[in-house]
Ligand binder design. Structure first.
Ligand SMILES: Nc1ncnc2c1ncn2[C@@H]1O[C@H](COP(=O)(O)OP(=O)(O)OP(=O)(O)O)[C@@H](O)[C@H]1O
Length: 568
């Protein structure tokens, strides 16, 4: 491996002398020639990639500080001015990221300082843009109300270790985070972080996107407009009830993992939907839209917030027994990608070519943040082939539905381990549209059970699923349903018409319509049209990894035939 050597020294690690080399992309070490028996043929060669190094610190400068993620102060040591610590990433067997500390001992202070200075320089130059100044929202109300302590215990010490400046805002009410994103001067920040659930993340996304359109002169109320991408990236520290975005973009719901992916500046492009009623933007959604069962569950669960995450179980139980179905007409534009569909059993994972080919710019970011153990993205085999794609076609389905569900991400959570759309992609410009036609309570239960135990919940004659770029839902009365086949009414509402409709639904308490669950927010207007915008935002995340194929450590070791000259 021919690498540019920046620095070479004999240093000690755990008391053993090592030949340590800093190159532009790695720190590597091997048992020092001076200390090993000449007869020994094989050396263990270890390396850590610079993209996985958080920082390096001279221990004397850090003495008395707390270890990141621990309440214990760092112990003072007589040799602290001769040692430096490299803080890097390791992964445990569950796919969670943790900090690994490698303490190198030098022969003199000058060597110690030189190593730290060079490592810091290489981190800056290694390409992946790391955040330096973050705006942090903490939602003290979401999930188990532990966002503040999660931030203080797991996130703040790592931001401080990485030298990231922060401005922290505790949200005081609903839409506080969105309003700050809309109005505050954001020029000093290079990213925003929310400590909360999907609702907090969705608020920040909505504020940032509307602001970006306002500043770019884009009419976001026009459903046919293409929104501009914001420059700022968003990170999420899970502290909500379901945390599906974190689960889908990191593979785990773990505050330390999410924090480390922010610190390292990992980037992922995420599809976003604009939801309009006529010529009025209702909101941007980031994960999920559900009409019928999941809309009803959400509306009911809001009055049981005191139960915490269990409110969904309680309301789900109630609504299941109600077994309601709603008449409607769904018109949608299919994806046009003949090689990929919602039941193809592919999984969107790190290096997913379906998403990568949608964004050249994303490719470089993902490559920079990829694991040293894999040495680069291993594009999923089925995606290496040329993809047959056309512009898609319009289809219409009219009927009575127990549920109309639209998923941008798989939506994995504790109730549905594989999610509602297990083969959906984070950045393919499509959503998976699941139509559950009216069925008996027993059949709906079978569908839900398969969702909960990772069975094939699509495989019923009353369920259909489509991968779509755009869809329109129009609620119907039973009268309408009888005369189904009529062309869909023109969707030309303006703001006042939206208000009229809303008040009509509320005034009549029309039980023929459900509500939309828009990312966990109640949407009272049933008739909507939805456009997917491919990778409209970037988030600080690495992507999901297959835990099975994970190496427990990011510090790789290899048996290497003794060959000193290759490293000097
Ligand atoms: N101080 C506050 N008081 C009341 N509501 C708040 C406050 N701060 C934020 N909120 C609102 O709390 C709602 C729920 O927050 P969040 O989504 O983070 O938690 P969750 O609903 O428990 O988790 P998830 O969305 O992952 O299921 C958000 O919609 C947000 O607008």
């Amino acid at each position: 491996m021919a690498e540019d050597v920046v620095l070479f020294s004999v240093l000690k690690l755990a008391g053993k002398p090592l030949d340590v080399t800093l190159s532009s992309r790695t720190i590597s070490w091997v048992a020092s020639a001076s200390s090993t028996a000449e007869t020994r043929e094989v050396h263990h060669y270890h390396f850590v990639k610079m993209s996985k190094v958080i920082t390096a610190v001279v221990d004397s400068e850090n003495a008395g500080d707390k270890n990141p993620g621990s309440a214990k102060p760092r112990k003072l040591d007589n040799h602290d001015d001769l040692t430096f610590t490299v803080h890097c990433i390791r992964r445990n067997s569950q796919g969670k990221w943790r900090v690994r500390e490698l303490k190198f001992e030098c022969s003199d202070q000058e060597t110690c300082r030189r190593w730290v200075a060079h490592i810091k320089e290489r981190i800056v130059k290694q390409g992946n843009v790391r955040p330096q100044n973050l705006l942090v929202f903490i939602n003290p109300y979401g999930g188990k109300k532990e966002a503040g302590s999660i931030y203080d215990t797991h996130t703040a010490p790592l931001f401080s270790l990485a030298g990231i400046k922060t401005t922290v805002i505790y949200t005081e009410a609903k839409n506080h985070a969105r309003d700050v994103m809309l109005k505050r001067d954001l020029t000093e920040f290079d990213g925003v972080v929310c400590v909360g659930g999907d609702g907090t993340f969705a608020e920040v996304v909505n504020g940032l996107l509307v602001r970006t359109q306002q500043e770019g002169g884009v009419d976001y109320n026009d459903p046919d407009t293409t929104p501009q991408c914001p420059l700022m990236r968003i990170g999420v520290i899970p502290a909500g009830s379901t945390d599906v975005i974190v689960c889908d973009t990191t593979g785990v719901t773990d505050p330390v993992t999410s924090t480390l992916q922010i610190v390292l500046g990992c980037s992922l492009g995420l599809d976003i939907c604009s939801v309009h009623s006529g010529h009025q933007l209702l909101r941007y959604t980031v994960s999920f839209m559900g009409y019928g069962f999941l809309g009803d569950v959400l509306k009911d669960s809001e009055s049981h917030r005191w139960m915490g995450p269990h409110r969904y179980d309680f309301s789900g139980f109630k609504k299941y027994f109600g077994n309601k179905a709603y008449a409607g007409e769904v018109t949608f534009l299919t994806s046009g990608d003949e090689d990929h569909h919602p039941q193809d059993k592919t999984k969107c994972r790190v290096g997913c070519a379906v998403c990568l080919r949608r964004s050249d710019s994303q490719t470089s970011d993902v490559f920079e943040c990829l694991d040293s153990s894999t040495g680069g993205p291993d594009l999923q085999d089925d995606n290496k082939s040329l993809v047959k794609e056309n512009n898609g076609s319009w289809k219409k389905v009219t009927g009575s539905f127990c549920a109309v569900n639209a998923a941008l991400v798989s939506g994995c959570n504790r109730l549905a381990p594989n999610g509602i759309a297990p083969s959906s992609h984070l950045g393919n410009g499509c959503l998976d549209l699941l139509l559950v036609h009216k069925c008996s309570r027993f059949n709906f239960l079978r569908h839900l059970i398969r969702l909960g135990n990772s069975g094939n919940h699509f495989n019923f004659d009353f369920v259909e699923v489509h991968r779509v770029k755009e869809f329109t839902f129009k609620s119907l009365t039973s009268q309408d349903l009888k005369s189904a086949g009529n062309p869909a009414g023109e969707s030309t509402s303006n703001t006042s018409l939206v208000k009229q409709r809303q008040s009509r639904y509320q005034a009549t308490g029309d039980s023929n319509t459900s509500t939309w669950n828009l990312d966990g927010e109640v949407g009272d207007i049933p008739d909507i049209n939805v456009h997917v915008h491919c990778q409209l935002i970037k988030i600080f995340a690495y992507g999901r990894e297959d835990v099975k194929s994970l190496n427990a450590s990011c510090c790789m070791s290899r048996n290497r035939t003794k060959n000193k000259s290759a490293w000097r």
